[in-house]
Ligand binder design. Structure first.
Ligand code: LLP
Length: 441
């Protein structure tokens, strides 16, 4: 079976140059750190484009498909442009993501809006911009959306988000398809929702169902099962309501390789299992070939991204660990402290070296829990060294904060020996630009 880039730890263009420096996208990481400062998010354009093509190739046999990039993993105007050029549509979950995608001149018909508590303002923005689909999550949203549409004399294609009752072995916080989840309609509530759409909420065009079973998934069987659950519902709904649903959104979730222990399937394996299940489901439930959406986020951008940090102080605990502190941490990458996520790193200015030691890479934020990597073997590090942590492209910048009033890092896109800033480093003035001091103070 062919491999895909989500199975690599490092971007596909990673090399070690003559100076024993790490090179990504043809750019020397030490020079990048010098030019743009650290912490610095580095995104390899080629890796994003390669994995996007590997998704397309994997599903190329199936014509009725739209791939939607899950914006929550990383959304900036440059990323939106790249994904649009690669032929992806967009899954957005907030007015902010929607706004960014729209400002990148993406055709609004290629946008699907997800989320369990969309505000009236967000729904109105989606309707005013005539986006392709809204995945409606609950009864309140059905009523709100219908009301907005009727007031504006419009109609909207929708999917209903369901909890398919599938548990996968990923971190509890990123598991979403199991029954006790805050997302979507329980299957037992689906008929009531359909009846309401049929009789009352007549501005809603129900096209199909949407599920998402979790994130950082290594199993393939769960996707087979997910498709079967939806096929079965299509058949049941056809029999009971004489409504033929056609659209099936299978969500995202394909895992990536943060360390050698991670063994995610390739895009090709995922496609094979999904397409097999669709074929089986069509036969078993006597349904027509569905139109499918998939919504990968992490697997598109994680591997393409890494973060460069500068080493500052170190501390050798007597008879204990050696801590090496860097100039970033939990505010630019909350995943280690939030999900106990484990990452891989190299010293960008001294990649290959025999003199190694075990260190713990600590962040600079005022919390003992701000540890980026525990007990990693690295060449002996000293102040001023540049550490590169791999696989930070997804859910790093998008979950970053200004904790401790530290400014957010810049992000550069590298390709063919060229680097371009795609997010400017925040300035101190940016930090205080939203502060207001009431007059009486
Ligand atoms: N579609 C829906 C409806 C989702 O809820 C998600 C992710 C995706 C697609 C994209 O899933 P992906 O392909 O990225 O796994 N912050 C967590 C991940 C949360 C994922 C939430 N939903 C983390 O850093 O691990």
């Amino acid at each position: 079976m062919r491999k895909s880039d989500n199975q690599n730890i490092m971007p596909s263009t990673t090399q070690v140059n003559n100076e024993n420096h790490l090179e990504i996208g043809g750019c020397d990481c030490v020079e990048l750190a010098d030019k743009y400062g650290t912490p610095l998010y580095v995104i390899d354009e080629q890796t994003i484009r390669r994995i996007s093509k590997q998704y397309k190739e994997a599903f190329c046999k199936y014509k009725n498909i739209k791939m939607l990039y899950a914006s929550k993993a990383l959304m900036t105007k440059a990323i939106a442009k790249i994904m649009d050029q690669e032929g992806f549509g967009f899954d957005v979950v907030s007015a902010g993501e929607l706004y960014t995608v729209l400002k990148s001149n993406v055709d609004s018909k290629n946008i699907l809006f997800n989320g369990n508590n969309k505000s009236i303002e967000e729904l109105e923005m989606a309707v005013d911009n005539e986006i392709g689909y809204i995945s409606v999550d609950n009864f309140l949203e059905l009523a709100l959306l219908d009301n907005i549409l009727k007031t504006k004399h419009k109609t909207q294609d929708i999917l209903l988000r369901i909890t398919p009752g599938i548990e996968c072995h990923t971190h509890e916080y990123i598991q979403t398809g199991h029954l006790d989840s805050k997302f979507g309609f329980d299957l037992t509530q689906l008929d009531e929702a359909i009846e309401l759409i049929k009789d009352e909420y007549t501005s809603l065009n129900l096209k199909g169902l949407h599920a998402h079973i979790g994130s950082q998934i290594f199993e393939t069987q769960v996707y087979y099962d997910e498709v079967q659950v939806i096929c079965k519902e299509f058949k049941r709904i056809k029999d009971k309501f004489n409504i033929e649903l056609t659209h099936m959104n299978l969500g995202g979730g394909l895992g990536v390789t943060y360390t050698k222990k991670d063994t995610p399937p390739s895009t090709y394996e995922i496609a094979r299992i999904i397409l097999n299940s669709i074929e089986d489901g069509m036969k078993k439930y006597n349904i027509r070939e569905p139109y499918i959406f998939i919504e990968p986020g992490r697997s598109i951008v994680a591997t393409a991204g890494c973060t460069l940090y500068t080493v500052g102080s170190s501390k050798q605990v007597p008879k204990g660990k050696k801590y090496v502190a860097v100039d970033g941490g939990m505010a630019d990458n909350p995943r280690p402290s939030m999900y106990q996520a484990i990452y891989t790193a190299k010293v960008a200015n001294n990649v290959e070296c025999n003199n190694k030691e075990i260190v713990t890479i600590a962040g600079r934020f005022c919390e003992s829990g701000d540890i980026l990597i525990k007990d990693i073997e690295l060449p002996q590090v000293q102040e001023g060294d540049i550490i590169c942590i791999f696989n930070t492209g997804a859910y790093g910048y998008s979950m970053s904060s200004n904790y401790n009033r530290v400014t957010k890092p810049a992000m550069v896109l590298v390709n063919n020996q060229k680097s371009d800033i795609i997010i400017k480093r925040e300035s101190y003035d940016d930090l205080i630009s939203h502060d207001i001091v009431p007059e009486h103070l």
